[in-house]
Design a protein around this ligand. Structure first.
Ligand code: ZN
Ligand code: ZN
Length: 346
């Protein structure tokens, strides 16, 4: 599922609709880690940051990249920097198909949007006015006032709402549209630039996916960041499976129930091997050497089971070179080997 270096299996099992979005997602991690990130706007403020490519309609996660700063595993595109290259890397399998991408101002720039446009992909997003290639706007504008700047391929918009907001788009007209709400004072329908309305509607997909997972995620308190990362990826894969299941079946199943059913079916298909405890006291048993592992070689040792679990003396972790191979159990040659095979409760 992670972007490099393997092909993206998530992208093969689901073909996204027209609208895509790239947004950041944070996995909570308070411990030490070189590439830990801080996002003030997210609920989990410290953690490992992902860039996520998401289908807007279904919130299916197409792909994701872990952000590790300058070493982020992406294909660097000249002139676009890390923020633009992230987008190009995630979007690579979807270019030239008429998709429209929604991104925030960390990514968007006239350079990136032009690149995308040349590759048959529209884009819309908030933008910083100091990006190279951005037109100039009047400094002071009145509340509700809007200025459009067009250059034939791209439309830049400055709109004075409570704060001034700046947008760049290659797919919207220089027009206002009704937001569906009425102004408190005048009773007139509220209007906003068309691109702003669309962006607000479509940009939240990654947050929506995060929220669905946050109520049921399988991350337990883990002391290792990479274990937590594994479960985070597992959660994402399960949510994707749910999205596909919902598309393919008529059944409306709550996400929690889906997960439970999935767990049950997986356990049925892969049951734990049963230990043949019945033969421990009756069968024929002979000591043999613990087979060598690569790390320990000929002197490979394992913990004696009787010493570890005995109820008759103080338990201890004792290493032994001997085992009973028919019980697949490591045992001290004496007295544990005999005790294990003769006492019901050793
Ligand atoms: Zn045995
Ligand atoms: Zn022992």
């Amino acid at each position: 599922m992670c972007s490099m270096p393997s092909p993206q299996p998530s992208s093969r099992s689901f073909i996204p609709y027209k609208d895509l979005c790239v947004d950041e997602s944070l996995m909570l991690w308070k411990g030490r880690l070189g590439f830990r990130q801080y996002i003030p706007s997210k609920r989990h403020r410290f953690g490992i940051k992902f860039f996520v490519l998401c289908d807007v309609v279904t919130v299916y996660v197409q792909d994701m990249v872990i952000y590790t700063g300058a070493t982020t595993s992406i294909k660097s595109v000249e002139g676009l920097g890390v923020s633009g290259s992230v987008v190009m890397t995630l979007l690579a399998p979807h270019l030239g198909k008429g998709h429209v991408l929604y991104v925030d101002n960390w990514h968007s720039s006239p350079m990136l949007f032009l690149d995308l446009l040349h590759q048959g992909t529209g884009a819309c997003g908030t933008v910083r006015l100091n990006r190279r290639g951005m037109p100039t706007f009047p400094k002071k504008m009145k509340r509700g006032e809007v200025t459009f700047r067009e250059n034939g391929t791209q439309l830049a918009v400055k709109w004075q709402d409570k704060r001034d907001v700046n947008f760049l788009t290659t797919v919207h007209p220089s027009a206002m549209a009704q937001s569906g709400r009425l102004d408190h004072f005048t009773g007139e329908p509220k209007v906003k630039p068309a691109c702003v309305l669309d962006y607000n509607k479509k940009m939240g997909a990654v947050d929506r996916a995060d929220m669905i997972t946050s109520f049921v995620d399988c991350a337990r308190k883990s002391t290792k960041w990479y274990k937590k990362l594994f479960f985070h990826l597992l959660d994402t894969a399960v949510l994707n499976a749910y999205t596909v299941h919902r598309k393919l079946s008529e059944e409306r199943m709550p996400y929690k129930d889906f997960r439970l059913k999935l767990v049950k079916e997986l356990i049925q298909e892969h049951p734990l091997p049963r230990r043949s405890t019945g033969l421990r006291l009756t069968g024929r048993h002979f000591p043999s050497f613990v087979p060598p592992t690569e790390a320990q070689g000929q002197s490979t040792r394992r913990h004696c089971r009787v010493c570890l679990y005995t109820t008759r003396r103080k338990r201890e972790r004792k290493l032994t070179r001997y085992m009973c191979s028919s019980c697949d159990t490591a045992l001290c040659p004496a007295p544990c080997f005999e005790e294990f095979h003769t006492l019901k409760n050793y």
